[in-house]
Ligand binder design. Structure first.
Ligand SMILES: NC(=O)c1ccc[n+]([C@@H]2O[C@H](COP(=O)([O-])OP(=O)(O)OC[C@H]3O[C@@H](n4cnc5c(N)ncnc54)[C@H](O)[C@@H]3O)[C@@H](O)[C@H]2O)c1
Length: 239
């Protein structure tokens, strides 16, 4: 599905990003895998980039590497994120700024640095938002604001850079990754019970949706959002 393509994946060392890297490699892509720590990405079959996606310098480096190592860029998957759980009045300004930077501004920086190559290759951008973009969940004010912003930004970028570049956004629901490690069993079971699927999603199930949006199978899909949430938001609607 991605044979001969070059892809950048952020948040690539863990969870959904790691599953996307595996799937992209399986589909024949060459991958630049970006994360805060390059260590767990140190493998022969990909190019690891250690860096903070909220830093413009990281994106200059990524764009340079794509150009010099591969001479092209076809897919950008902006997926890294960070979360601080607290009600708005207890969230520090620094924590607010950091979450907006990593979870929203990073996509602006990424597209600014990579759009030239993406246009040349008639490429695809896939953003990872969240069901937090469409449903309020206590203790996530900055995270939700950033994820909601990503949905608008994705739509905006699709309009700005079409027809050359397609831009789409996935909205995962409860996916079993390390972000759930610190969350108690009762809260986990409540989230699972709130899905029509009756279980957590697997990172590979989000990777399948990202791969669809990244490849030519979705050639007439742009400016769209795709829920990958086991029916979590549908259950909310029916309540
Ligand atoms: N797991 C879920 O239930 C769920 C639900 C909805 C949305 N999401 C979204 O899916 C995406 C992936 O989440 P996950 O569950 O796989 O998380 P994860 O914590 O397993 O992986 C996130 C990765 O991003 C990296 N990262 C964090 N800040 C970074 C930065 N500034 N620069 C570079 N890398 C950075 C981390 O080091 C980590 O490897 C995120 O955008 C998250 O908001 C996850």
């Amino acid at each position: 599905m991605l044979s001969g393509k070059v892809a950048v994946v952020t948040g690539a060392a863990s969870g959904i990003g790691a599953a996307v890297v595996e799937r992209f490699l399986h589909e024949g892509a060459r991958v630049l895998a970006v994360d805060l720590t390059g260590q767990s990405l140190d493998r022969a079959d990909l190019l690891a980039v250690e860096g903070d996606v909220a830093d413009a310098e990281t994106w200059r480096r990524i764009a340079d590497m794509a150009r010099t190592e591969f001479g092209r860029l076809d897919v950008l998957h902006s997926n890294a994120s960070t979360v601080v759980r607290a009600p708005a009045h207890e969230l520090s300004e620094d924590a607010w700024d950091r979450q907006l930077s990593v979870n929203l501004k990073a996509t602006f920086l990424a597209v600014s640095a990579c759009i030239g190559m993406l246009r040349e290759s008639r490429g695809a951008v896939v953003l990872t938002s969240s069901v937090h973009a469409v449903v309020g969940i206590p203790w996530h004010p900055a995270y939700a604001a950033a994820k909601g912003g990503l949905v608008s930004l994705g739509r905006q970028l699709a309009v700005e850079y079409g027809p050359e570049v397609r831009v789409n956004t996935v909205l995962p629901g409860p996916i079993l990754t390390p972000v759930w490690d610190g969350i108690g069993e009762e809260d986990r079971q409540r989230s699972v019970a709130a899905t029509a699927a009756g279980r957590f999603g697997r990172p590979e199930e989000v990777a399948a949706a990202v791969t669809f949006l990244a490849c030519a199978e979705s050639s007439y899909v742009t400016g769209a959002t795709l829920l990958v949430d086991g029916g979590w938001t549908a259950m909310k609607d029916s309540a």
